[in-house]
Design a protein around this ligand. Structure first.
Ligand SMILES: [Mn+2]
Length: 322
């Protein structure tokens, strides 16, 4: 479906439920808030609800108070269409699924190659760096004015999804968009600082304790870490532990794939997150275990204990690395 058709679909309804994936992050949040402002400019009503709470480090985003998480919202919400952002499949919205009834039309806007086109209206653009970059295109194509606030939301989404403009999804178009957004004099150093440089000293200590136990295979191409649950209270922390660990593991020269294994409370399944330097498509890998993501970053939940799950994962990766 084209950009034009998706704008038509957005104009067709009046009240929207906007949502995105669990483990909410800044491309999802920036896109939700920027699109909500676009809807407002078009005299539409909306509310934003995600499965998870907004992590502390992202609460500086303008308008963030209008983003709710599920336990905090009443179940008698009224809306006539659903917008799902930055999700490769319907399950990614987690428990928000329970709020959506089959008779409601769904608008799916996403940049993941693995997107399953699960909506009634699907605009999927794998060449876009981020969903925020796509929301920028909606603004441009419909001549809705971008304000400083919108520029900040879109910039943050694009910056984080491109690893601060260093991942392969960064295109010349991405930089064109950024060049336009920078005209609004948004505080780029401050945004980076708030997201990536705002740990407490105690969190840094915890991180150092965790990272020292990383493992590496014989070929030195796979580095991984097994994490205990509940290491830090994620509701009170500004440290994105996974992100911090991956940044270290993938800076080992020979490492192609970095993995974090996290055992569930019941010890009957393991959450597995992957990062790749490019050679191995970890999106496909996670997908083969029922998860999602893209070439360079993905995740899945696999049934079994830690030993069983690691051995299953390694069997598959070793094949891919051959
Ligand atoms: Mn994204």
């Amino acid at each position: 479906m084209s950009l034009k058709t998706i704008i038509k679909a957005l104009k067709r309804y009046d009240r929207f439920l906007i949502t995105s994936h669990h483990n909410i992050e800044t491309d999802a949040l920036g896109s939700e808030l920027a699109l909500a402002n676009w809807l407002k400019a078009n005299k539409k009503k909306f509310f934003i609800v995600n499965q998870d709470f907004v992590p502390l480090a992202y609460r500086f985003l303008p308008g963030i108070k209008s983003v709710f998480n599920l336990p905090k919202i009443k179940s008698d919400l009224k809306f006539d269409a659903v917008i799902i952002l930055d999700c490769s499949n319907f399950d990614r919205i987690g428990t928000v699924k329970g709020q959506i009834f089959e008779d409601k039309p769904t608008i799916n806007i996403d940049h993941h190659r693995s997107n399953e086109n699960f909506g009634n209206f699907n605009w999927v653009k794998p060449t876009a760096s981020s969903t925020a970059e796509m929301i920028y295109e909606i603004y441009k194509a419909s001549n809705v004015k971008i304000s400083k606030k919108i520029a900040l939301l879109l910039y943050t989404g694009i910056m984080t999804d491109t690893g601060s403009f260093r991942f392969e999804n960064t295109t010349s178009f991405t930089h064109k968009v950024i060049s336009e957004l920078l005209k609004f004099k948004i505080p780029i150093k401050d945004i980076y600082h708030k997201i990536y440089e705002s740990f407490a000293a105690s969190e840094m200590r915890l991180f150092c304790n965790v990272i020292k136990d990383f493992k590496i295979d014989k070929s030195k191409r796979i580095a991984w870490l097994e994490l205990e649950l509940g290491l830090l209270d994620e509701q009170k922390s500004k440290l994105d532990l996974n992100d911090a660990i991956f940044n270290i593991l993938r800076s080992i020269e020979t490492v192609e794939v970095a993995i974090i294994f996290r055992e569930s409370k019941k010890k009957d399944s393991v959450r597995v997150n992957f990062r790749s330097q490019g050679k191995v498509n970890v999106g496909k890998l996670a997908y083969s275990f029922g998860g999602g993501g893209h070439r360079a970053a993905s995740g899945c939940v696999i049934k079994g204990n830690l030993r069983q799950v690691t051995s299953r994962v390694f069997k598959r990766i070793n094949k891919l690395l051959k």
